[in-house]
Design a protein around this ligand. Structure first.
Ligand code: MLT
Length: 262
């Protein structure tokens, strides 16, 4: 199925949105430092009865997870997504933004998909790494960031067997302006710990992790699943951090089954 591209004015910025399917809304929030195209495998085959909406998240003016969350609330309002409640799906940074949305409690949320993410804030070591990435973005732009990030984002199986995926993900990184990449790094660095809100999550939740994820390895997702009562944890074999993209077949099957239960 073809997906549509549209632009929405949200909170003073024109945001590109990829959209497909019809029915109940599922907003998909991509990882750093990518674009909404991360979700193309899901947009190409939307689960029957569901409307998938994937916005581009990065922008030069966002400085915190709360800013990203506010922008997504504006998009949900513009598109009328949360009239009867919506499901939120986020991968990695997408998950960090979901935690910010839950804390703000402005959207009516019916279910969650948390993929390759974690609730904890950055460690000191993590923040030092972020500073190096900012310096790299300054020195070499998105090209340098792509060179550094692609081997971490994709699992070893994908890197070995799928040169197409390696170049596609590199292309998504290079589509972002270095200023937008730097804003996202600053926002991730400053994000607060979200472990406290896990016990307050009462909506159906699917936690997914690629078995070869080195950025948010399986123990992060196991901790998430332990913290969210009634959640289900799914491990995706032969996938790294971008499990939805690397093993779209398995991921979308799990997603579809989950949406049936919401
Ligand atoms: C992401 O995939 O969104 C980022 O790698 C997350 C992070 O760096 O913490």
């Amino acid at each position: 199925m073809a997906f549509a591209t549209r632009y929405v004015d949200a909170g003073g910025r024109r945001v590109r949105i990829l959209e497909s399917g019809s029915g109940q809304p599922l907003m998909l929030i991509h990882a750093f430092p990518l674009t909404a195209d991360l979700w193309r495998p899901q947009l190409d085959a939307p689960p029957p009865g569901w409307r998938l909406v994937a916005p581009d998240v990065l922008g030069p003016d966002e400085a915190s997870m709360d800013d990203y969350a506010a922008r997504l609330e504006a998009i949900a309002g513009e598109l009328g997504l949360d009239r009867a409640g919506l499901v939120l799906g986020g991968l990695s940074m997408g998950g960090y933004i979901i935690f910010a949305l839950l804390k703000r409690a402005k959207l009516s949320v019916r279910g969650l998909v948390l993929a390759d993410t974690r609730a904890e804030a950055d460690t000191e070591e993590g923040r030092a790494g972020r500073k190096k990435m900012m310096a790299l973005a300054d020195a070499e732009g998105a090209d340098g960031v792509a060179r550094e990030m692609v081997p971490k984002l994709l699992g070893e199986t994908t890197r070995r067997e799928r040169p197409d995926a390696v170049s596609a993900i590199g292309g998504l990184i290079r589509a972002n302006h270095p200023a937008a990449i730097k804003s996202a790094i600053a926002a991730m660095m400053a994000r607060p710990d979200s472990t406290q809100i896990l016990t307050s999550i009462t909506v159906p939740t699917l936690v997914v992790v690629g078995e070869e994820d080195v950025l948010t390895p399986p123990p992060n997702s196991e901790a998430l699943a332990r913290g969210i009562r009634g959640s289900r944890l799914v491990r995706i074999p032969k996938a790294g951090h971008l499990s939805s993209f690397e093993r779209a077949d398995l991921f979308t099957a799990e997603l579809t089954g989950f949406l049936h239960s919401v």
